[in-house]
Design a protein. Sequence first.
Length: 266
Amino acid sequence: MAIKIIVCAKQVPDTNEIRINPETGTLIRDGIPSIMNPDDANALEEALAVKDQYDDVHITLLTMGPPQAKDMLLEGLAMGADEAVLVSDRAVGGSDTWATSNALAAAIHKIGRYDLLFAGRQAIDGDTAQVGPQVAEKLGIPQVTYVQNFKIEDNKKDITVQRALEDGYEVIKIQTPCMLTAIKELNEPRYMFVHGIFEAADKPLHIWNAKDIKVDLKTVGLKASPTKVFRSFTPKTKGKGVLVEGDTEKEIAQKLLVHLKGKHVI
């Protein structure tokens, strides 16, 4: 029986190009390129690595977003995913993490059997790290977050991962089905390849609405989202730091004292 992997990904604005309107406090989206969320690219790469290891692996790339998110899915198909699913509907627009996980869990139920769920740790446009764990909870499956190393046994059931901690890592053994969220240390995502780009056009790309995934409309969308964004703003630019150097701690302390007095801090 084939290993079925579902990778949850998100199309996000390139944060290196993001600007905020100083008057309205809203994001300026015009002209900002969209990319696959970096941690999600790591998740997809690990799924593709499993496919490289075994012949009977099927990868479904799943996202929720506007119609243009189809471009990101085509990129994932060109990298090696077998099929893609886009959940796109005004009814799910404006969903926070809780509502998004409701929609994704419903879409996964529609996709059917799976052995592994991969997702990125967090999206760079939200930085919440909540969607992956919430999806796992709603599906009733075990999860490991912050995965920096992954190994699946030949029985295709037993998995060993390293979960990154602030001061090291812990080794966890888990069995399929399960949810794993990836961090950048896990791998280096591959690029699209030429014949993959041509093949992507012939691979299945499904576009589903809220009715297709049979999600309760009271659990998705802006009105159903308990999280509200009050304001977005650009932090004030801090002044350039000063490096105090010296041959001894006493000399460094004296220089620091002179500098602080010169700034009238003390």
